[in-house]
Design a protein around this ligand. Structure first.
Ligand code: TLP
Length: 353
């Protein structure tokens, strides 16, 4: 019997659990554009309660959640301050410019962790000469920086000073529950000072589709209009929200397993000749490994792994990303290590002859 595929490309690849599928099949539904879907309403109320906020909105994707927030907080011609590797800049199809008319003002920060000292010089007040800052954005965990996690005191400091400067601050908390597990702080503690928070149900939490925006009633009412502008009014979306509710209630408690598996993978990878990774830097469920010393590009390694049933994407010619999640267990991680070792040994032998 062939072994199951080990899919480490992303935590977006998870499939709904049996409990999610049951909840989806049994979901009570209505037209959510009329606010009449009881399951969507329940999910929104529950998300607002868990984050201790006035209101929440179910959106089809994290991208739509982030871009709706940017649209609500900013005006055309402004700048959005964010880290250079942020998802809103690199993977959201230039929507902050195309839709909100804003320029990203990016900052490179070690491990993707911004501090007020880095942000402050980039804030531009009203001026006759240059675009004004409209928003500060933080990503926690920081995906492209290897799932790095903000220390809570840095978050608080940034939020307080951003507000003191008269600016709003949005959190891309796609993986905020991972940050919560890594810091042992509740999501309320990690997010309370942000004007808006987006978090994903469809990543580590394992739901098939959907993300949430949380914030004040006024913010969520505005975001609701933007969601409709973007075609995100989803009618009988209760079938999706039902899975989201199971994800929200059940999945955060198992995320520590994904973090342990990521650390296990990192330690195993560290032992493989040609692979460069610092296991101490792996704080959550994402890891990047540097492969230039293998003599192969990451894309070539990715292809050879896939041929043996292990999926991991190259994120640059010299770097591969691996993401752990609920559909990859410890045995899957062991297999990924074994297959990578075999791929590289075969390569070394072919160079030697
Ligand atoms: N991230 C995806 C890819 O788009 C890169 C992944 O595989 O990691 N914020 C962050 C920090 C994200 O990592 C992602 C998705 C999003 C927002 C967008 O979420 P979706 O895919 O639901 O639009």
């Amino acid at each position: 019997m062939s072994e199951p595929i080990v899919d480490l490309r992303s935590d977006t690849v998870t499939r709904p659990t049996a409990a999610m599928r049951r909840a989806m099949a049994e979901a009570e539904v209505g037209d959510d554009v009329y606010r009449e879907d009881p399951t969507v309403n329940r999910l929104q109320e529950r998300a607002a309660e868990i984050f201790n906020r006035e209101a929440a909105l179910f959106v089809p994707s994290g991208t739509m959640g982030n871009q709706a927030a940017i649209k609500v907080h900013t005006h055309h011609g402004q700048e959005v301050i964010c880290e250079e590797r942020s998802h809103i800049v690199n993977f959201e199809m230039a929507m902050m410019s195309a839709f909100s008319g804003c320029l990203p003002r990016t900052i490179r920060a070690e491990d993707g962790i911004l501090t007020w000292d880095l942000i402050a010089p980039q804030i531009h007040p009203r001026s006759d000469h240059r675009p004004r800052t409209g928003l500060v954005e933080i990503e926690n965990t920081s995906n492209l920086a290897g799932g790095s996690v903000y220390p809570p005191e840095i978050l608080n400091d940034i939020c307080e000073r951003t507000h003191a400067a008269g600016l709003p601050i949005h959190l891309d908390g796609a993986r905020i529950f991972n940050a919560s597990v890594a810091t042992r702080k509740s999501v309320v503690e990690l997010t309370r000072q942000f004007d808006s928070v987006m978090f994903c149900l469809s990543k580590g939490l394992g739901a098939p589709v959907g993300s949430m925006l949380v914030g004040s009633k006024a913010f969520i009412e505005d975001a609701r209009l933007v969601r409709k502008m973007l075609g995100g009014g989803m009618r009988q979306a209760g079938v999706l929200a039902a899975a989201g509710l199971v994800a929200l209630e059940e999945s955060p408690k198992r995320l520590h397993i994904d973090h342990e598996n990521a650390r296990f993978l990192a330690e195993g990878l560290h032992e493989i000749p040609g692979i460069n990774i610092d296991p101490a830097k792996v704080q959550s469920n994402i890891l990047f490994l540097e492969v230039s010393a293998t003599g192969l590009t990451s894309f070539e390694i990715s292809k050879r792994l896939a041929a043996r049933g292990v999926l991991a994407n190259g994120s640059s010619p010299t770097t591969l990303r691996m993401v752990t999640h609920c559909d990859v267990d410890r045995a899957g991680c062991e297999r990924a290590l074994k297959v990578l070792r075999e791929v590289l040994e075969t390569q070394q032998k072919s160079v030697a002859v």
